[in-house]
Design a protein around this ligand. Structure first.
Ligand SMILES: C[S@@+](CC[C@H](N)C(=O)[O-])C[C@H]1O[C@@H](n2cnc3c(N)ncnc32)[C@H](O)[C@@H]1O
Length: 186
């Protein structure tokens, strides 16, 4: 009898340790896979409006530079099934998470690549448009690189501006980490 109770206690302890291990593992993966800042619903809706104005229902390729967990790229891909969306992200955990996210949302027109925006040859990706929501210091060099490399690119920057380049249009909305959206063209 005493042995049965001891076995049961040991089994329960082992079970609790296993649950703790699995929960910690899931937490670490989710923590590493979640962007610190994301585009909110307004930023995505306003970006979709801008893309509709420019491309209507024509096919186009949009590159989401700093695609994080893929939220924006997947939302845009679902709204524009005729478009090809490429998410570019330097954090491999986020790339894996975005791929899983796209699979779970059955989104076939969004793909994700692990690359550094500061070292990417954007010409090879042949984008018609770019959504640019990187850190402040990376926005200007990346934006200027895009404008110089691609003669017909439309850039929609969220939050940070491309210093020294006048936007063609600005969409203002009140949010702490999002907006305004600025539209640049080469
Ligand atoms: C503000 S989040 C935007 C996430 C996503 N685009 C969205 O709209 O929700 C910026 C993302 O850019 C990524 N990032 C920062 N510097 C980068 C770089 N040099 N190359 C590629 N990705 C970068 C970060 O890892 C982060 O996921």
């Amino acid at each position: 009898m005493i042995f049965d109770i001891l076995t049961l206690v040991l089994l329960l302890l082992w079970f609790a340790a296993a649950i703790h291990f699995i929960a910690t593992l899931i937490f670490q993966v989710v923590r590493k896979s979640t962007s610190p800042l994301s585009s909110n619903k307004t930023a995505i809706t306003e970006t979709a409006k801008i893309l509709s104005q420019h491309f209507s229902d024509k096919p186009f390729t949009l590159i989401d530079i700093g695609s994080g967990n893929g939220r924006t790229a997947i939302a845009i891909a679902r709204m524009f099934p005729q478009a090809k969306i490429v998410g570019l992200e330097h954090n491999p955990h986020l790339v894996a998470f975005a791929k899983l996210n796209a699979f779970l949302h059955r989104t076939k027109n969004a793909r994700f690549i692990n690359a550094d925006a500061m070292k990417t040859d954007f010409k090879k990706l042949k984008p018609d448009a770019a959504y640019l929501y990187l850190g402040e210091k990376q926005t200007t060099p990346t934006g200027k690189n895009l404008l110089a490399a691609l003669p017909k690119i439309i850039i929609i920057s969220n939050k940070f501006e491309i210093d020294g380049v006048r936007p063609k249009q600005t969409v203002n909305f009140n949010s702490f980490v999002n907006g305004p959206l600025r539209i640049y063209k080469s």
